[in-house]
Design a protein around this ligand. Structure first.
Ligand SMILES: Cc1cc2nc3c(=O)[nH]c(=O)nc-3n(C[C@H](O)[C@H](O)[C@H](O)COP(=O)(O)OP(=O)(O)OC[C@H]3O[C@@H](n4cnc5c(N)ncnc54)[C@H](O)[C@@H]3O)c2cc1C
Length: 530
């Protein structure tokens, strides 16, 4: 087991505090303040601290470490996730999971590490006026991130839950790929979504944040940046509220003045902060085109135990259907496996009483496939919009489009076909009143006739992206291709909110690589300025 770096680090004098340690109304000063400590924020913090800047990281979530990761859903969801992992869109039709702790969503993610698909990068270039982020220019940054985070092919055998994807795709002649993971010394436990108890996952919690802290960065946790004030073309000050572990506001505030501000609160929260602060947005792009890879779930029962809670959560995916109809044609979907844990399964399935109890009894024999739908490429594809309520809290207005429901039908068909081809004895598409199918023939007939629609089908997301799009055209984008605000000279955004569409691949590696490239440019500029 890898030791918890915070243990020795804090003992050696790392500058780590809680917001309640800061005096009320105190003003802090720094070179660079970073809002959020997830994939984007921590990557930037490490690079800037190594480059010699005085860095302050403000994280709304608590500091939780391997000793707190006890492999129990009842503790992990309230402690490590936004809204206790029970966040929904305004329509209440999509369950949305996002991290809220030091390390952000990387502390709880499933370690799948995939480069941005070339087709997505080309589309950004041709249709979203993104410059300098083609596959060739990004290649060295992908390599650097992969090296830094130990991202390589997972060489252990796939668990039976993932083996279904490989077996089904092989039998049908469909494309499938072994997944790269960011782990070192992984024990194949399968509880990545509850925080890694042995520090094998190379999340920001055990990699970039410790390096930043070792090089003089300061971390303040449970510190929620509520608003920013502006002075012409510059961010003037950040207003920070102390919050408790359950995300409740405490009567303690302080402010921060920085020469440069990096927003890395993730999609939804970064645009929400800007909107709450009345940031300039003449073309009303903030919060728009928030994408989710909204995902459908198909369960299958096998004769042999699957134990989908155990082993690397994701080790095979299939891209057979991601680009089948072109980039902007009918929506494509990526097929992956999802780990199952009792609360996760219970909250992401249908039924009541005996029917639900019968499903839960099969827990150890259940496999789950997910189809992640590629959203946000045009109006047919649909996307969400961040809105604020009267108190300034963010909500996501995301009506699922006709195009999505048409894709859902194809996705349920494909997943059932693959599961039967892999030897499933029964398949259950997670949709209200669906029977358990015992043959592909029966499943395909019923799925073809079913009307999939909002609130009759379980839809989930762990990939929140967009809402603060990048690009050179301010009528479509709030930041440049380098993440720099089109309106404020000392403000850069470095997180998944800058993606102008979804990716068609799991996002963390794209965020690491793009942040690395943009932060390198920023460091050169700051050396001249600060
Ligand atoms: C359960 C789960 C599984 C996943 N699995 C994978 C996977 O296997 N592979 C993959 O590629 N991706 C996966 N992801 C997604 C991936 O982890 C995220 O896309 C990525 O971490 C997003 O990075 P980010 O920097 O945009 O934001 P985050 O990593 O979410 O970090 C944002 C941080 O900012 C903090 N914050 C927000 N607002 C404020 C504020 N106002 N003030 C202070 N702090 C603030 C938040 O608390 C949070 O800690 C998964 C996500 C989840 C939830």
């Amino acid at each position: 087991m890898t030791p918890d770096p915070f243990e020795a680090g804090i003992a050696s004098g790392w500058n780590v505090q809680q917001a309640t340690d800061i005096a009320n109304a105190e003003q802090l000063k720094t070179d660079v303040v970073i809002v959020g400590s997830g994939a984007g924020g921590a990557t930037a913090a490490e690079m800037l601290a190594l480059a010699g800047f005085k860095v302050l990281i403000l994280e709304a979530g608590p500091l939780k470490r391997s000793k707190d990761f006890v492999m129990e859903e009842r503790r992990a969801y309230p402690e490590l996730y936004q809204q206790s992992a029970a966040m929904l869109n305004q329509q209440q039709s999509i369950g949305i999971m996002q991290g809220r702790a030091v390390g952000g969503s990387t502390t709880v993610n499933w370690t799948t590490s995939i480069r941005t698909p070339d087709k997505t990068l080309s589309f950004w270039q041709s249709d979203k006026r993104v410059e300098g982020l083609d596959a060739q220019s990004l290649a060295p940054y992908f390599e650097a991130a992969e090296q830094r985070l130990g991202i390589t092919t997972w060489t252990a055998d796939a668990n039976p839950n993932n083996q279904v994807i490989a077996d089904g795709c092989r039998a049908l002649g469909w494309q499938y790929t072994k997944i790269n993971r960011n782990v070192k010394g992984c024990w194949n436990l399968g509880y990545c979504g509850m925080g890694c108890p042995i520090n094998a996952k190379q999340s920001m919690l055990v990699t970039s944040i410790p390096t930043a802290l070792s090089h003089g960065a300061r971390l303040i946790t449970q510190a929620q940046v509520w608003q920013m004030s502006f002075d012409g073309e510059r961010v003037n000050e950040l207003l920070v509220r102390a919050i408790d572990e359950a995300d409740r506001s405490l009567s303690r505030q302080f402010s921060v003045k920085a020469k440069h501000v990096i927003l890395a609160g993730g999609a939804i929260n970064t645009p929400a902060l800007l909107m709450r602060s009345n940031a300039q947005d003449p073309h009303r792009v903030l919060g728009r085109n928030t994408t989710l890879h909204p995902s459908l779930i198909s369960a299958a029962i096998f004769d042999e135990p699957i134990k989908a809670h155990s082993g690397a959560p994701q080790s095979y995916y299939s891209d057979e259907f991601v680009w089948k109809n072109g980039v902007q044609g009918r929506m494509g979907f990526k097929i992956e496996a999802a780990p199952l844990h009792p609360m996760l399964l219970a909250s992401k399935s249908f039924g009541f009483g005996r029917q639900h109890a019968d499903l839960m009894k099969q827990f150890n024999y259940l496999h789950a496939s997910i189809a992640l739908v590629r959203d946000g490429f045009d109006s047919l594809h649909g996307a969400g919009q961040v809105v604020l309520d009267e108190q300034g809290h963010a909500h996501l207005n995301y009506p699922l489009s006709k195009g999505f429901w048409e894709a859902a039908k194809r996705a349920f068909m494909a997943m059932a076909q693959m599961q039967f081809a892999a030897g499933a004895k029964a398949v259950l598409p997670i949709h209200d009143n669906m029977p358990m199918f015992e043959s592909w023939q029966h499943a395909s007939k019923v799925i073809a006739k079913t009307n999939f629609e909002e609130l009759t089908t379980v839809v989930a997301s762990a990939h929140v992206m967009g809402g603060c799009a990048m690009g050179e055209d301010p009528t479509m984008a709030w930041v440049s291709s380098q993440g720099k605000s089109h309106y404020y000279k000392n403000l850069t955004v470095m997180d998944g909110s800058i993606f102008p569409t979804s990716l068609g691949a799991n996002p963390q590696l794209s965020i690491y690589a793009i942040t690395r490239k943009n932060c390198e440019t920023l460091i050169k500029e700051l050396h001249e300025r600060v």
